[in-house]
Design a protein around this ligand. Structure first.
Ligand SMILES: [Cu+2]
Length: 67
């Protein structure tokens, strides 16, 4: 597991934060998700096998964008 940090665009309220948090948590093995609305930054732990593409897809399916 490694802790990573990504920036997400399109979040405007706490509902967005919840949606993004759930989207990230839906990726197998991802845990300890923290999403900050003001900065748009999410941090979480992920297994080695989870790629940036997996993360981008989950975020886009929830209606947001990985920067
Ligand atoms: Cu919102």
């Amino acid at each position: 597991m490694e802790r990573i940090r990504v920036r997400i665009s399109g979040m405007s309220c706490e509902h967005c934060v919840k949606r993004v948090t759930r989207a990230l948590e839906s990726i197998p093995g991802v845990r300890e998700v923290r999403v900050d609305l003001k900065s748009g930054i999410a941090t979480f732990e992920k297994p080695e096998g989870v790629t940036r593409e997996d993360i981008a897809r989950a975020i886009e399916e929830a209606g947001y964008r990985l920067e």
